[in-house]
Design a protein around this ligand. Sequence first.
Ligand code: HEC
Ligand code: HEC
Length: 336
Amino acid sequence: MKYLIMFCIVLLTSIAPGLFDNENYRDLEERKVSEVLKQFDVDPHNLPLLDKNKVSVEIGEEIVKYGETLSGRKVKKQSKHFTCVACHNLVKEDPVLSSPNPEDRLAYAVENDLPFLQATTLYGVVNRTHYYNDDYVKKYGDLVDDARNDLRSAIQLCATECAQGRKLKSWEMESVVAYLNTIDLKIKDLDLSAQELQNVDNAFDSKSIDDKKAAANLIQSKYSIASPATFVDPPENRSLDLTGNAYRGELIYDHSCLHCHENGKFSFLQLDESKLSLNYLKKNFPKYNRRSVYQVARYGTQPLYGKRSYMPHYTVDRMSERQLEDLRAYIYTEGK
Ligand code: HEC
Ligand code: HEC
């Protein structure tokens, strides 16, 4: 009995600070957006079909990060050329999820040491409902039909067309989806104000359907369900004065170009911050062929099927026109 009382005292003193904690909504902030929405009668989409045999979060994670399994059940390499993380981040990359834009994203990438890439982060991809949006139909035509409203088709399209690899088998696909469900949006990613958190918290116990609807709408207004994608051409006139900011241009060079080209990680073209690299890029910048940064940034390069990797292009939503001029300013100032 004595021990029981002592145990209770110890237990109480260890949980008591939590009870009086000011951060009342810490638990709520850690919760999954999809689970909270479910409490407000919004059904989650993109859940993994976990009843399938062999489905595993670990294997899904290994396929995404390494293109094959390091442990456990063997998986044939998904692509000779790429892993998903060549082109996609796996963490939050936009400081304000409801207004993704390349200027804020670059600042956030620099602050958090993230690559600045052509494709949208896979963090929170299960919370989106539309994929390969807007102009991607120009690149992939009918292939986009299925992918546009269906995550699994989007992944399959990416595995074969973007990563230039093989299709995923269904248990591998479910493993990838299971993994993606672990990097979904959490309430804290939405940056709700204290008042908004309180409104959501109150809505859990409210009997009013309107309160629940309002809470669901509030949450859904804080992130986008589709990543915008507008294609643009590079400037036709390439002898314009330098208008960009070379300092910001260097940040783009480091966080974008070098992510794939340093030590030839994902490309035969090796780039670094040496004069040799920068001179080469400067010389070719104004040209109208695939050695020009203007051309590859906006058109990418074409894959030679099965033989080679290719470079995906930047939509204007992923690299703004000003940013491309910043990059040009950096390369022109540093190269000769
Ligand atoms: C060579 C670059 C590249 C590789 C490798 C790649 N992707 Fe993509 N992926 C893209 C591009 C470009 C898009 C176009 C849409 C976007 O993300 O903005 C895309 C789109 C997607 C989308 C839809 C995202 C959206 O919101 O529109 C998913 C899902 C996806 N990829 C999953 C994967 C998975 C899983 C892998 C690994 C098996 C992979 N991708 C490998 C470049 C790539
Ligand atoms: C997601 C990875 C990735 C990123 C990011 C990337 N590239 Fe590439 N790039 C490639 C790949 C892969 C190729 C090879 C294309 C091929 O083999 O057809 C390539 C090709 C090129 C080429 C053409 C080489 C040639 O002679 O054919 C240039 C120039 C180039 N990249 C410059 C850049 C610059 C500048 C940046 C930064 C704005 C950049 N790349 C960002 C992957 C990337």
